[in-house]
Structures are given as C-alpha cells and as structure tokens.
Write a protein that binds this ligand. Structure first.
Ligand code: FEO
Length: 171
C-alpha cells in the first residue's frame, strides 16, 4: 500500500517520464528536419523507452491499489542549435530525472516503504546507463566534431540503435 504522499510523488514521476518522451520525440523531429536520420532514430528509440518508464510506474501505482492521476505535459523545446546542443540538453534533463528518482528513494526509505524501494532500484540502475550513454555520445561529438564527416559517422552509428520491447510486452 502506498502513502498519499508516495502516490502523489509517483504520479509526478509518471508526468516527468511522459515529458521526457515528449522532449525526445521533439528532438527526433528536429533531427529529421535537419537531415540527421540516425539521430532521429536514436531519439525515437529513447521516446519509446521513456513511455515504457512511465508505464512501469503507472502499473506499479495500480498494482499497489493507488490512484493514477495524469497531469498536463509541458511543451518541450522544438529547436536546437546543433547535435551537441541536443545531447547536452539530454544529459542535463537526465541528471534532473536522476535527482528526482533519488528523492523518491529517499522518501521510500523515510516511509519504510520497502516495496517502493525495491521497485525504484530498476530506475536507479537505468539512470546510470542513461547518463552514461549521453556522456559517451557527447565525448564522440567532441572528438569527431559535430559537423561534416565526423557528424555523418556518428549519425550512421546512432541509426543502428534498435528499440527492444520489454519482455512482458512480447508475449
Ligand atoms: Fe526515464 Fe530517461 O529516464
């Protein structure tokens, strides 16, 4: 069973994950628009992952007998300076999400809510991977340059990213 406070904060996190999906969808559209199909693919895969994160929390709140309350999703940015700008903004956003997940864990510890603590561990691990991916791509953009041949090569690499459906959805 969830406390009212925990239910409210998990609902906030659903909204943050939905906003993340919206932001990366916007970056995907911008990438398509600026001739970067590989970046567009990468951000669209990220969009699907964020929707999956939102749904994980949605299912958890329901499973715990809580009430899911959906809120309005803020309008994301729609223009970006270049590929580096998109990834710097992605990293900054993921750092914000990591902080938000950590605060949820703090609340679960404070409330001695062991089920939610265990549930959130998946998100703690996921955030390490997400920030790691963003840092890697930023490093590549710094190394190869964010224009010309270097950018073309990175675009090709990001075009190979494939979204894998979560196990429970493949049945
Ligand atoms: Fe759902 Fe990108 O964290």
């Amino acid at each position: 069973m969830l406390s009212k406070k925990m239910e409210q904060e998990l609902n906030e996190q659903i909204n943050k994950e939905m906003y993340s999906a919206y932001l990366y969808m916007s970056m995907s559209a911008h990438s398509t628009n600026t001739g970067l199909p590989g970046f567009a693919n990468w951000f669209m895969v990220q969009y699907h992952e964020e929707m999956e994160h939102a749904m994980k929390i949605y299912d958890y709140v329901n499973d715990q007998g809580g009430k899911v309350k959906l809120k309005a999703i803020d309008e994301p940015l729609s223009t970006f300076k270049d590929a580096m700008d998109m990834f710097q903004k992605t990293l900054k956003h993921e750092q914000f999400i990591t902080k938000s997940i950590n605060e949820l864990v703090d609340l679960a510890i404070k409330e001695k809510d062991h089920a939610t603590q265990i549930f959130l561990q998946w998100f703690v691990t996921e955030q390490i991977e997400e920030e790691g991916n963003d840092n890697d791509i930023i490093a590549k953009l710094k190394l190869a340059g964010d224009k010309g041949n270097g950018l073309f090569m990175i675009d090709k690499e990001l075009g190979a990213r494939v979204y894998t459906l979560p196990a429970e959805s493949t049945e």
